[in-house]
Design a protein around this ligand. Structure first.
Ligand code: SF4
Length: 134
């Protein structure tokens, strides 16, 4: 499975919201699968991934939101940099979750995600707090 860097944070706060029904069902399925298979190997990417596969913003295998300043790719790379993971690296899901818990802070997440349309809802940050045991 391939997951783009910033989606690691989106998955923490997923409460069943998304761009449309197809997107929500796909994201829900991926999260449930990963939660049941902590040993699964994940390739961390900065381009369209298994979540983007069902997204209406995925046009010809590019995220159309990518055209805005502070692009989605930059957000992916910023998340992976905090976690100490290279773009293209393959890591077990449980090790990724441990790295998020150890290395991602609320402040860092705010800096990376503050311009995202979903961040203001607060669920993503709540997800990080929960993971870190707060
Ligand atoms: S295509 Fe863009 S908006 Fe859609 S899931 Fe992927 S990164 Fe998010």
């Amino acid at each position: 499975m391939e997951i783009r860097g910033h989606h690691l944070l989106c998955m923490l706060g997923f409460i069943g919201l998304g761009y449309n029904e197809k997107f929500i069902l796909n994201m829900d399925k991926i999260i449930k699968k990963l939660n049941n298979k902590h040993n699964m190997w994940i390739k961390l990417v900065d381009n369209v991934d298994n979540i983007c596969a069902a997204c209406p913003n995925n046009i010809n295998e590019e995220c159309k939101i990518d055209s805005f300043p502070g692009s989605v790719k930059e957000r992916d790379r910023a998340v992976l940099k905090v976690l100490g993971i290279e773009v293209g690296e393959v890591v077990r899901y449980r090790d990724i979750v441990n790295k998020i818990s150890e290395r991602m802070t609320e402040e860092k997440m705010m800096n990376i995600c503050k311009d995202c349309e979903w961040f203001g809802l607060g669920y993503c940050l709540e997800g990080l707090k929960k993971l870190k045991g707060g």
